[in-house]
Design a protein. Sequence first.
Length: 107
Amino acid sequence: MPTVTQVPALDDILRQAASSGKVPGVVALAATRDGLIYHGAFGRRALPAEGQAAGAAMTPDTVFWIASMTKAITSTAAMQQVERGKLELDAPLGKLLPELAAPQILE
C-alpha cells in the first residue's frame, strides 16, 4: 500500500482557493490502483449566512451532493471496466441487458 503523501504546493493552492472565496471548500484525493497517495481538505462545508459563524470545516470524509454528475461518474466507471477487459464498448447491449436485446421501436 502506498504512503499517503502531503504535497505542500497543492495544499497551498487548494487552501488559497478556499480562503479567497473562489470555492467554499474543497476535498482532493489522489489514488493509484494500490491505494490512496494524497488527500487534503480545506475550507468550510457551508458558507455562513450573514451574521452567523462559519460552518464546519471540510474533512476528507465530507459528503457532497453531486447533482448532474452521474453521467461523468458512470462514464469513468465504464471506462475502468473497459480497461479491465470486463466491458466492450462495441458489444451488443443485449449481451449485458437481455431485456434490451430486441427493443421495440415506436413510430
